[in-house]
Design a protein around this ligand. Structure first.
Ligand SMILES: C[S@@+](CC[C@H](N)C(=O)[O-])C[C@H]1O[C@@H](n2cnc3c(N)ncnc32)[C@H](O)[C@@H]1O
Length: 274
């Protein structure tokens, strides 16, 4: 897919998905977010950059861990995500976070200023993930670290057929390279080529629990990356893709809901001091 189109599909798709995201995905993504926060080893006073912050699920936890004295600058391509997260910060009186709409591949920020840069489950959606890692590298202070969480290998993610099922009904693929970084050592190599050293990677499997048919369908179609394409389908096409997706995850039915296998990779790299 042409990169500009991919960015538009992502930006406006996540605008639509924002209102469904937390209810659909909060619990399922928690293990990857916990691991990212553990590997980040935040300390009070640190200045943190987050790219693809979404609704702030990781942002607010990071902000708590760097207080007092620290702050999180959180960015996302979707204006609705950034607005929603900003409203949540206000409601909770969290004053050491700021939110900006910004493409992770083109950070409009000064170099060498952050102690840590994080990206939780965003890299799969960028046309050039390696560019985003280079941008994180640039804005980190020497000795600063980047911590990135992504989905793992396609064969270990039981929900993966959502992409070909939706792609059949649209002119171009929604997320052409979704599983690329999570396959083999690709993420390690991308971090290395962005200039990071001392890279540490953890790959782990987790079962994703969805309480009902409605929950699993909302998560797949309304609350995620295919939301823009899905909104444009007529009712008949919506019914057809629901059925195909339910067929693809039928082996994982459990107690009226679904227990779907998933795999995550979380990696950390350090910007060398030279
Ligand atoms: C699955 S959500 C992850 C949100 C949050 N980090 C979390 O862990 O819950 C993916 C996010 O990536 C954002 N995104 C997609 N493409 C992007 C890009 N090129 N630059 C910045 N953010 C992007 C989306 O808008 C969306 O909010």
């Amino acid at each position: 897919m042409e990169p500009r189109l991919q960015r538009r599909v992502q930006r406006y798709g996540w605008d639509k998905a924002a209102q469904f995201y937390d209810d659909a995905w909060k619990e399922q993504l928690r293990p990857a977010q916990d691991k990212l926060l553990e590997m980040a080893e935040f300390k009070p006073g640190e200045k943190v950059l987050e790219t693809s912050c979404g609704t702030g699920l990781v942002t607010f936890r990071a902000a708590g861990q760097v207080a007092p004295g620290g702050e999180v600058v959180a960015t996302d391509l979707s204006g609705t995500m950034v607005e929603l997260a900003g409203d949540l910060a206000k409601k909770q009186s969290i004053d050491n976070v700021s939110f900006y709409r910004m493409d992770a591949e083109e950070l409009d920020l000064e170099d060498n200023q952050f102690d840590t840069a994080i990206c939780s489950l965003g890299l799969m959606y960028f046309p050039y993930p390696a560019e985003a890692l280079k941008e994180m590298h640039l804005v980190l202070k020497p000795g600063g670290k980047a911590v990135v969480a992504i989905w793992g290998e396609r064969k270990n993610c039981g929900w993966a057929d959502i992409f070909p099922i939706v792609d059949k009904h649209v002119a171009s693929e929604v997320c052409p390279m979704f599983f690329q970084q999570g396959t083999g050592n690709t993420l390690n190599h991308s971090l290395e080529s962005a200039g990071f050293e001392n890279i540490d990677t953890e790959r782990f499997k987790k079962t994703l629990h969805f309480s009902s048919r409605e929950h699993v369908l909302t998560a797949a179609f309304d609350g995620g990356p295919v939301a823009l394409a899905y909104r444009k389908f007529d009712d008949q096409t919506k019914e057809a893709v629901h059925q195909e997706y339910l067929d693809s995850i039928a082996p994982y039915r459990k107690n009226g809901g679904y227990a779907i296998p998933g795999e995550f990779v979380v990696a950390k790299g350090v910007k060398p001091v030279r």
